[in-house]
Design a protein around this ligand. Structure first.
Ligand code: SAM
Ligand code: SF4
Length: 247
């Protein structure tokens, strides 16, 4: 599946919920988040159908994300459903790690290949300030649980203001290096203003080689974070919405 710029579209990011157990300052308002209506949230059957259609059309990499994906009930059953789809070479999940002590082994057993865990600082007070309600120890326990669960890789996502030389980012880099974990540095984006940068240590944020499609938890396909146009899988069917978004 190629788009009009001859980019080969091979990567589907699936948001399974808009809810989260943290309130990171750069991601969500502190209070008053209007949640999507339950009836609008795709069922696991629907997510599986869209993922199967995407794989038929050439997607080989799938990432589950959110909100916080481990907040959605029955997430293990979704992982198990997607893990058996033939043609997915890379199957990952991005999480804040809080629920990994409970879920890491089961996610691995359900067939998940890899996890990315978000960690912006190793200072407990700064962690609490950034996430507004998080406890650093919980996320660190989640990281350890993931490392013990036998994933193909456990990587860290670290949001930075401007440079990986900031003290928080350097501490996260050292923490990762000591444990053999890759760290991706993501410069804080302002989606309202359309500000974004290439991910340091990753592939995101490079338009000329971007290979992604995004499925929102309410079943809309987006070709880009900065494009408001989206295509409903309920209205157009999975194939129709995927092809429309790519076009
Ligand atoms: N809740 C999960 C987590 O935090 O890892 C998954 C969803 S979260 C939206 C995915 C990634 O986007 C996280 O690594 C988070 O730090 C990052 N992120 C969220 N808002 C951002 C922003 N304004 N600029 C840059 N990265 C951001
Ligand atoms: Fe956003 Fe993830 Fe932070 Fe939740 S944990 S507020 S989804 S960045």
């Amino acid at each position: 599946m190629f788009d009009r710029f001859q980019r080969k579209i091979t990567y589907l990011r699936v948001s399974v919920t808009d809810r989260c157990n943290l309130r990171c300052v750069y991601c969500m308002p502190e209070a008053g988040v209007a949640h999507k209506r339950r009836a609008d949230i795709l069922s696991y059957e629907e997510i599986e159908a869209v993922t199967r259609a995407a794989v038929e059309l050439g997607v080989s990499k799938v990432r589950i994300t959110g909100g916080e994906p481990l907040m959605r009930q029955g997430i293990l059953s979704l992982v198990a459903r997607l893990a058996v789809i033939p043609g997915i070479a890379d199957f990952a999940l991005t999480t804040n790690g809080v629920r990994l002590p409970r879920l890491a082994s089961a996610l691995r057993e359900a067939g998940l290949h890899r996890v990315n865990i978000s960690l912006d600082t190793l200072d407990p007070e700064r962690f609490h300030a950034i996430t507004r309600c998080g406890k650093l120890d919980e996320t660190l326990a989640g990281i350890e649980a993931a490392r013990a669960a036998g994933f193909q890789s456990v990587k860290l996502n670290c949001v930075i203001d401007t440079t990986p030389d900031e003290p928080d980012a350097r501490a996260v880099a050292d923490y990762g290096r000591q444990r053999g974990m890759e760290v991706r540095f993501i410069r804080r984006m302002n989606t309202g203003k359309g500000e974004f940068w290439p991910v340091i240590g990753g592939d995101g944020g490079r338009c000329d080689t971007c290979n992604r499609l995004r499925l929102s938890s309410d079943g809309r396909l987006y070709s880009c974070l900065f494009n408001d146009r989206s295509f409903s899988v309920r209205e157009l069917g999975a194939h129709g919405a995927i092809l429309a978004a790519v076009d």
